[in-house]
Design a protein around this ligand. Structure first.
Ligand SMILES: Cc1cc2nc3c(=O)[nH]c(=O)nc-3n(C[C@H](O)[C@H](O)[C@H](O)COP(=O)(O)OP(=O)(O)OC[C@H]3O[C@@H](n4cnc5c(N)ncnc54)[C@H](O)[C@@H]3O)c2cc1C
Length: 554
């Protein structure tokens, strides 16, 4: 308990008589922090703190990077902005050394302020001053962390840009013939075969840059820090990130192996309308950004640009590309699904040059003012149509069947009907793609009449469904006919299950290896289901580790 004697001089409370200050101290929370512990996180509900001893630094994630934006010493308060303006905390407050803070709830503060209005005046003045500083931080022009020199038709450049966006790295993209190239690209002149090139914020110039090199130079984790983990999660989509958040928060040494960038398919979704808690919808990018921050903050390692290539089911060793391996006490498969491939004349040649699988928000700029086509009749195509309709001149959804109703959610069909620049071409199929360096036109066939017509197209986005890519997993992990991983009862029935207990709900046919999200054999393929299963998987990991420890002891 905090006593009056513990308190330093607190300028903000100078008008409060000693007796009342003593009562406030005794009734307030006594929070003791080790170096690195947080008193409060960005987004937490309002309350007020006073530093009694030690030191606090204020951090804020700006442009994907955590920055220190202030400090608090003994006698200083924090929380003046939330308590004055009724907002959540705009930054996080972390101890830099063993620190003691007094926690005053909003209710306590407001009854104190009612009795001593000078306290409110003081704290409000501090809050107003701080909000000015926060405004300055928010409006300061952000310096791009990387500058890329690349042709618009270069597929590897497009992949790199997607990779940078998905890892929340701000970048400036300069095309070689840009009129302002000399001011934006400070590197040397480079031949086409050296592009895409990238100058990272540490000054390194990367030519023919690949995502792994870029990740390394921009400080993303590409190597495991340890040799053994309590749980290794393969895949960093919603399921994998949820497992990482729960695993790390429950004290498990947790590693995520992600072959591209965190976010998975959800990252390509322009607006997820049905995820609980976001009444106006949330973009997959935003959801992924928040989840990654949460996983990192709680101490999970998220390793990007690394692909799991094999698992030794008995030893629980995961082999990663490049021949490296990590040992795990448990493994969670969260590898989701990958877009189904399409084959037609011109497709492979123009892939990335106006023709894309799925859609990412970073593509919006390239569709500006164009007539574009989306192939597919599911929700992914519908969402993308709504998103691109704000950028492209016209969007045509090319559908083989006779209606959208069978495959697309009702709310999306209604939204599409309300957008005058979206058309739906039913009974239609794209038969060929044309263009030299970039896509220029497509052949569209009316399946009812068999007639084909050539029409100009700036971009084609393909959404024809997805499959689980599980061929690399060991045979012992039983999959259904479509390649999805069997768990629980299905794993028990597979004939491979060999121990004297039933598999847990999300456990595969190998004890201690779990599967969650889209890769799991189940009818539900949704963000909420992936997140729920990712978190549940951790509960089963705990049960498995306890079971394994007991079996060893016996
Ligand atoms: C365009 C679009 C819109 C959508 N809209 C909605 C919506 O509105 N509402 C909704 O509920 N759902 C929506 N979905 C579905 C939702 O995104 C998925 O159900 C969800 O992302 C599944 O999460 P997951 O983590 O299981 O798999 P994924 O999101 O597929 O993530 C799997 C991750 O594993 C990685 N990976 C795969 N193999 C390996 C390997 N061997 N090594 C390392 N990493 C690997 C992948 O790179 C990927 O990042 C949409 C999907 C798309 C494509």
């Amino acid at each position: 308990m905090i006593t009056f004697e513990d308190l330093p001089v607190i300028a903000a409370f100078a008008s409060v008589p000693t007796g009342e200050m003593a009562r406030l101290a005794e009734a307030s929370g006594d929070v003791r922090l080790c170096a690195g512990d947080y008193a409060v996180h960005e987004g937490d509900e309002r309350s007020l703190f006073v530093v009694i001893g030690g030191s606090i630094e204020v951090t804020k994630v700006i442009d994907g990077i955590e920055r220190v934006i202030g400090r608090r010493a003994p006698g200083q308060i924090f929380g003046e902005v939330p308590i004055t303006f009724g907002t959540p905390f705009q930054g996080s407050y972390r101890a830099t050394e063993p620190t003691r803070v007094m926690h005053i709830s909003a209710r306590q503060f407001h009854s104190l302020a009612a009795a001593h209005p000078a306290v409110l005046t003081q704290v409000a003045a501090m809050g107003a001053e701080r909000i000015g500083g926060l405004k300055g931080i928010a409006t300061a022009p952000t310096k791009a962390r990387a500058v890329m020199l690349a042709h618009p038709w270069d597929n590897s450049a497009r992949e790199l840009r997607t990779f940078l966006s998905r890892n929340q790295i701000s970048h400036d993209w300069v095309v070689p013939d840009a009129p302002d190239r000399a001011t934006r690209w400070v590197g040397p002149s480079l031949a086409d075969n050296e592009l895409p090139a990238l100058i990272c914020d540490d000054g390194t110039l990367l030519t023919r840059a690949c995502s792994r090199d870029v990740a390394t130079h921009l400080g993303l984790q590409t190597q495991p820090r340890g040799a053994e983990y309590d749980t290794v999660i393969i895949g960093g989509g919603p399921a994998g990130l949820a497992a990482a958040v729960y695993g790390a928060s429950e004290g498990l040494r947790t590693l995520v192996i992600e072959r591209e960038a965190p976010g998975g398919q959800a990252e390509t979704s322009s607006r997820i309308e049905n995820y609980l808690g976001f009444p106006t919808g949330v973009s997959g990018e935003e959801l992924a950004r928040r989840a990654l921050q949460q996983a990192n903050r709680l101490g999970a390692e998220v390793m990007v640009t690394r692909t799991a290539l094999g698992i030794d089911p008995a030893a629980k060793v995961v082999t990663i590309d490049g021949g490296e391996s990590v040992r795990a006490r448990s493994i969670i498969l969260a590898t989701g699904v990958s877009w189904r491939r399409l084959s037609m004349p011109g497709f492979d040649r123009l892939l990335g040059k106006g023709v894309f699988y799925g859609a990412s928000r970073s593509e919006a700029g390239t569709t500006q003012g164009q007539d574009i086509h989306l192939i597919g009749a599911g929700n992914s195509a519908g969402q993308a149509a709504m998103f691109f309709a704000n950028h492209a001149r016209s969007v045509t959804i090319v559908v083989r069947g006779d209606s959208l109703e069978k495959s697309m959610s009702h709310y999306l069909i209604e939204q599409i009907r309300g957008k005058p620049n979206i058309q739906v071409a039913l009974h239609s199929e794209v038969q060929a793609l044309h263009g030299e360096k970039l896509l220029e036109a497509i052949d569209l066939v009316d399946r009812a009449t068999g007639t084909a017509r050539r029409t100009a197209s700036g971009s084609v986005f393909v959404f024809i469904g997805a499959d689980a890519e599980t061929g690399w997993m060991p045979e012992a992990v039983v999959r259904d006919q479509r390649g999805y991983v069997c768990t629980g009862e299905a794993a028990a029935r597979s004939g491979r299950w060999q121990i004297d207990r039933d598999p847990y709900l999300l456990e595969t046919s190998v004890p201690g290896i779990f599967a969650c999200g889209d890769v799991r054999s189940s009818l539900v393929k949704r963000v909420a289901a992936a997140v729920g299963e990712g978190s549940m998987a951790i509960a089963f990991v705990h049960q498995y580790l306890a079971y394994a420890a007991n079996s060893k002891a016996r």
